[in-house]
Design a binder for this molecule. Sequence first.
Ligand code: AMP
Length: 180
Amino acid sequence: RTFESLGLSGPLVGSLRRMGYSVPTAIQRSAIPAALSGRDVVAMARTGSGKTAAFLCPLLQRMDAHSRVGGARALVLSPTRELAEQTHAVLKKMSSHTDLRSALIVGGESMADQFAALGRNPDIIVATPGRLAHHLDEVPGFSLSRVELLVVDECDRVFEMGFAAQPHTLFTNTSVVPCW
Ligand code: AMP
Protein backbone atom coordinates (compact mmCIF):
# COMPACT_ATOMS: atom_id res chain seq x y z
CA ARG A 1 0.00 0.00 0.00
CA THR A 2 1.00 3.61 -0.55
CA PHE A 3 0.64 6.66 1.70
CA GLU A 4 -1.92 8.04 -0.79
CA SER A 5 -4.03 4.91 -0.46
CA LEU A 6 -4.16 5.45 3.32
CA GLY A 7 -5.89 8.75 2.60
CA LEU A 8 -3.02 11.20 2.96
CA SER A 9 -2.95 14.34 0.80
CA GLY A 10 -0.51 14.86 -2.07
CA PRO A 11 1.45 17.68 -0.37
CA LEU A 12 1.89 15.63 2.82
CA VAL A 13 2.99 12.61 0.81
CA GLY A 14 5.48 14.94 -0.89
CA SER A 15 6.98 15.91 2.48
CA LEU A 16 7.17 12.23 3.43
CA ARG A 17 8.95 11.44 0.18
CA ARG A 18 11.49 14.22 0.79
CA MET A 19 12.16 12.59 4.17
CA GLY A 20 12.81 9.27 2.44
CA TYR A 21 9.52 7.64 3.41
CA SER A 22 8.05 5.94 0.35
CA VAL A 23 6.25 2.88 1.72
CA PRO A 24 4.19 2.98 4.95
CA THR A 25 5.24 0.68 7.78
CA ALA A 26 2.80 -1.74 9.46
CA ILE A 27 1.87 0.62 12.32
CA GLN A 28 1.38 3.45 9.81
CA ARG A 29 -0.91 1.27 7.66
CA SER A 30 -3.00 0.37 10.71
CA ALA A 31 -3.17 3.68 12.54
CA ILE A 32 -3.33 6.35 9.82
CA PRO A 33 -6.74 5.51 8.30
CA ALA A 34 -8.33 5.04 11.74
CA ALA A 35 -6.99 8.33 13.10
CA LEU A 36 -7.87 10.20 9.88
CA SER A 37 -11.46 9.07 10.27
CA GLY A 38 -11.57 10.71 13.69
CA ARG A 39 -11.43 7.59 15.80
CA ASP A 40 -9.44 7.40 19.02
CA VAL A 41 -6.49 5.06 18.51
CA VAL A 42 -4.42 3.10 21.01
CA ALA A 43 -1.39 1.68 19.23
CA MET A 44 1.57 -0.37 20.35
CA ALA A 45 4.69 -1.00 18.28
CA ARG A 46 8.38 -1.63 18.78
CA THR A 47 10.96 1.15 18.78
CA GLY A 48 11.93 1.95 15.22
CA SER A 49 8.64 0.82 13.71
CA GLY A 50 7.62 4.26 12.49
CA LYS A 51 5.17 5.23 15.21
CA THR A 52 6.06 8.94 15.09
CA ALA A 53 4.76 9.28 11.54
CA ALA A 54 1.82 7.03 12.44
CA PHE A 55 0.47 9.77 14.69
CA LEU A 56 1.96 12.88 13.04
CA CYS A 57 0.59 12.17 9.54
CA PRO A 58 -3.10 12.07 10.53
CA LEU A 59 -2.58 14.92 12.97
CA LEU A 60 -1.05 17.19 10.30
CA GLN A 61 -3.67 16.33 7.72
CA ARG A 62 -6.53 17.01 10.13
CA MET A 63 -5.02 20.34 11.22
CA ASP A 64 -4.50 21.47 7.63
CA ALA A 65 -3.24 25.06 8.04
CA HIS A 66 -2.38 27.70 10.63
CA SER A 67 -5.35 29.08 12.55
CA ARG A 68 -5.22 32.76 13.39
CA VAL A 69 -7.63 32.19 16.27
CA GLY A 70 -5.47 31.86 19.38
CA GLY A 71 -4.96 28.55 21.13
CA ALA A 72 -3.20 25.34 20.12
CA ARG A 73 -5.46 22.70 18.56
CA ALA A 74 -3.11 19.76 19.02
CA LEU A 75 -0.96 18.54 21.88
CA VAL A 76 1.67 15.80 21.83
CA LEU A 77 2.75 14.69 25.32
CA SER A 78 6.08 12.86 25.62
CA PRO A 79 7.61 11.25 28.70
CA THR A 80 11.07 12.76 28.21
CA ARG A 81 12.67 15.87 26.87
CA GLU A 82 14.72 13.84 24.39
CA LEU A 83 11.69 12.14 22.88
CA ALA A 84 9.82 15.46 22.72
CA GLU A 85 12.77 17.05 20.91
CA GLN A 86 12.96 14.20 18.40
CA THR A 87 9.23 14.32 17.76
CA HIS A 88 9.33 18.08 17.31
CA ALA A 89 12.18 17.77 14.80
CA VAL A 90 10.20 15.20 12.78
CA LEU A 91 7.11 17.40 13.00
CA LYS A 92 9.03 20.36 11.57
CA LYS A 93 10.14 18.35 8.54
CA MET A 94 6.81 16.64 8.02
CA SER A 95 4.90 19.96 8.11
CA SER A 96 7.30 21.83 5.83
CA HIS A 97 4.61 22.05 3.13
CA THR A 98 2.24 23.89 5.54
CA ASP A 99 2.18 27.14 7.52
CA LEU A 100 1.37 25.27 10.75
CA ARG A 101 3.28 26.57 13.78
CA SER A 102 4.58 24.48 16.63
CA ALA A 103 6.15 25.00 20.04
CA LEU A 104 8.41 22.70 22.02
CA ILE A 105 7.79 22.95 25.78
CA VAL A 106 10.26 20.82 27.76
CA GLY A 107 12.14 20.99 31.04
CA GLY A 108 15.74 22.19 31.18
CA GLU A 109 15.22 24.99 28.65
CA SER A 110 14.60 28.68 29.24
CA MET A 111 11.06 29.51 30.36
CA ALA A 112 11.36 32.91 28.67
CA ASP A 113 12.05 31.38 25.25
CA GLN A 114 9.07 29.08 25.75
CA PHE A 115 6.82 32.03 26.74
CA ALA A 116 7.86 33.63 23.47
CA ALA A 117 7.15 30.44 21.52
CA LEU A 118 3.68 30.20 23.06
CA GLY A 119 3.12 33.88 22.21
CA ARG A 120 3.62 33.08 18.50
CA ASN A 121 0.24 31.33 18.50
CA PRO A 122 1.33 27.75 17.82
CA ASP A 123 -1.16 25.29 16.34
CA ILE A 124 0.68 22.31 17.82
CA ILE A 125 2.46 21.96 21.17
CA VAL A 126 4.94 19.15 21.79
CA ALA A 127 5.58 18.95 25.54
CA THR A 128 6.63 17.04 28.58
CA PRO A 129 3.83 17.11 31.19
CA GLY A 130 5.75 18.72 34.05
CA ARG A 131 6.95 21.78 32.14
CA LEU A 132 3.61 22.16 30.40
CA ALA A 133 1.83 22.19 33.78
CA HIS A 134 4.30 24.82 34.93
CA HIS A 135 3.39 27.11 32.01
CA LEU A 136 -0.31 26.53 32.62
CA ASP A 137 0.24 27.73 36.20
CA GLU A 138 2.48 30.65 35.34
CA VAL A 139 1.20 32.16 32.11
CA PRO A 140 -1.97 34.21 32.38
CA GLY A 141 -4.33 33.41 29.55
CA PHE A 142 -2.50 30.27 28.43
CA SER A 143 -4.83 27.29 28.35
CA LEU A 144 -5.44 24.08 26.45
CA SER A 145 -9.09 24.94 25.88
CA ARG A 146 -8.84 24.70 22.08
CA VAL A 147 -7.04 21.34 22.01
CA GLU A 148 -8.95 18.88 19.83
CA LEU A 149 -6.22 16.39 19.02
CA LEU A 150 -4.22 14.72 21.76
CA VAL A 151 -1.32 12.30 21.38
CA VAL A 152 0.24 10.64 24.43
CA ASP A 153 3.49 9.14 23.12
CA GLU A 154 4.82 6.19 25.12
CA CYS A 155 1.74 6.56 27.30
CA ASP A 156 2.82 3.83 29.73
CA ARG A 157 5.87 5.93 30.60
CA VAL A 158 3.94 9.21 30.72
CA PHE A 159 1.56 7.71 33.24
CA GLU A 160 4.24 5.91 35.27
CA MET A 161 6.62 8.77 35.86
CA GLY A 162 5.26 9.93 39.19
CA PHE A 163 2.76 12.29 37.66
CA ALA A 164 0.06 9.73 37.03
CA ALA A 165 -2.57 12.28 38.02
CA GLN A 166 -1.07 15.17 36.15
CA PRO A 167 -2.31 14.55 32.61
CA HIS A 168 -5.82 14.82 34.03
CA THR A 169 -5.17 18.16 35.63
CA LEU A 170 -3.78 19.46 32.34
CA PHE A 171 -7.21 19.06 30.82
CA THR A 172 -9.42 20.82 33.32
CA ASN A 173 -11.31 23.50 31.38
CA THR A 174 -10.84 21.77 28.02
CA SER A 175 -13.05 19.69 25.82
CA VAL A 176 -10.64 16.76 26.19
CA VAL A 177 -12.17 14.02 28.31
CA PRO A 178 -9.41 11.68 29.51
CA CYS A 179 -10.72 8.12 29.42
CA TRP A 180 -7.82 6.43 31.20
P1 AMP B 1 10.10 5.88 14.78
O1 AMP B 1 9.65 4.52 15.19
O2 AMP B 1 8.97 6.82 14.54
O3 AMP B 1 11.12 6.46 15.74
O4 AMP B 1 10.85 5.74 13.38
C1 AMP B 1 12.02 4.95 13.26
C2 AMP B 1 12.83 5.35 12.03
O5 AMP B 1 12.18 4.93 10.84
C3 AMP B 1 13.07 6.83 11.89
O6 AMP B 1 14.41 7.02 11.51
C4 AMP B 1 12.15 7.26 10.77
O7 AMP B 1 12.67 8.35 10.07
C5 AMP B 1 12.06 6.02 9.92
N1 AMP B 1 10.76 5.82 9.21
C6 AMP B 1 9.53 5.91 9.76
N2 AMP B 1 8.58 5.62 8.85
C7 AMP B 1 9.22 5.34 7.70
C8 AMP B 1 8.78 4.95 6.39
N3 AMP B 1 7.51 4.79 6.07
N4 AMP B 1 9.74 4.71 5.46
C9 AMP B 1 11.05 4.87 5.76
N5 AMP B 1 11.53 5.24 6.98
C10 AMP B 1 10.62 5.46 7.93
